[in-house]
Design a protein around this ligand. Sequence first.
Ligand SMILES: Nc1ncnc2c1ncn2[C@@H]1O[C@H](COP(=O)(O)OP(=O)(O)OP(=O)(O)O)[C@@H](O)[C@H]1O
Length: 341
Amino acid sequence: MIKIENLTKAYKAKGKTIKVLDDVSLEVKKGEVYGIIGRSGAGKSTLLKCLNLLEKPDTGNVIVDGIDLARISKKELRLARQQIGVIFQHFNLLSSKTIFDNVALPLKLQGNHSKEETKAAVDEMLKLVGLTEFAHKYPSSLSGGQKQRVGIARALITKPKLLLSDEATSALDPQTTASILDLLLEINETLGITIVLITHEIEVVRKICDKVAVIDAGKIIEEGKAFDVLMHPKEPLTRKLIIEESSDKYLEQVRHFYKFEKNSGKHILLLSFVGETTYQPILNTIARQTDLDFSILRGELDRIKKIPFGQLLIEFNGDHNSLGKACEIMQDMGVHYEIVH
Ligand SMILES: Nc1ncnc2c1ncn2[C@@H]1O[C@H](COP(=O)(O)OP(=O)(O)OP(=O)(O)O)[C@@H](O)[C@H]1O
């Protein structure tokens, strides 16, 4: 669906050249939800804007649905953009227009739809986002989550194949964020629309992304299935994003806490369970087959997209042979473990 090849982009400011995208290549398959995560200033917005040529890359190719957007005429680009919907962090609604007119706007700009067609299309979109009864209200009377629903309806009214999301949930509280992410997932699954989103929140990646790319200083430093990257991050920055913004924070706290008890003879392990292994009686098995005692320091169950996973932070007490045996058992049962201390 999307192929970005060797993209570079630099801005000139005050006589200096700042390289914002540095040889970025990535591929998004049809129907995927693809997340691009990074810290502020990493180049996320610039990369997203290159996907619909709102920013023109200095070099490289932006191929969307087989068309290299950087190498077509303005007229062709206008047509290609009709296949790309965009939603924004601050919704970008027109405050002087009703919800109905905001959603109808892209069709009006296309200029070739009858009043009846437009009404039918807007009604369909408002139903999809659950705002039918808000058609004649104005944006100022809506909550943030409702405004974003209007933004989504407006983005989808031209029936695009691709939806770009520019930090669409960053201005929303956690509960509203969850409902908007659910809506995006429903749209992806029922309408088959490919979604590319940029975010600085690992939670967004965890909830809806199939794939994720981590961007830092204009370079993609890690890329892969969201599940693999979240469970086994390779790069220190990815790990930091996960630890800073998710409940994995406790791992850092434990590292800090146990730093003073180096010779305690205790071993702290973080166990990660994926899919079916989540439901296995691993601790029971270890207790029966080794001389280790254990205490559970912390545990949680969650999902990455739809795959269940669990994490347990365990303090094992016993000799190294027993610990080795426990590690073998975990390996045999498909449980990933990390010796924290
Ligand atoms: N039009 C511009 N002119 C000059 N510099 C720019 C321009 N747009 C972005 N930049 C610079 O490019 C870098 C990347 O900006 P970009 O907005 O792509 O990052 P980001 O990862 O989206 O950050 P944030 O999450 O804070 O929005 C920043 O250093 C920014 O100051």
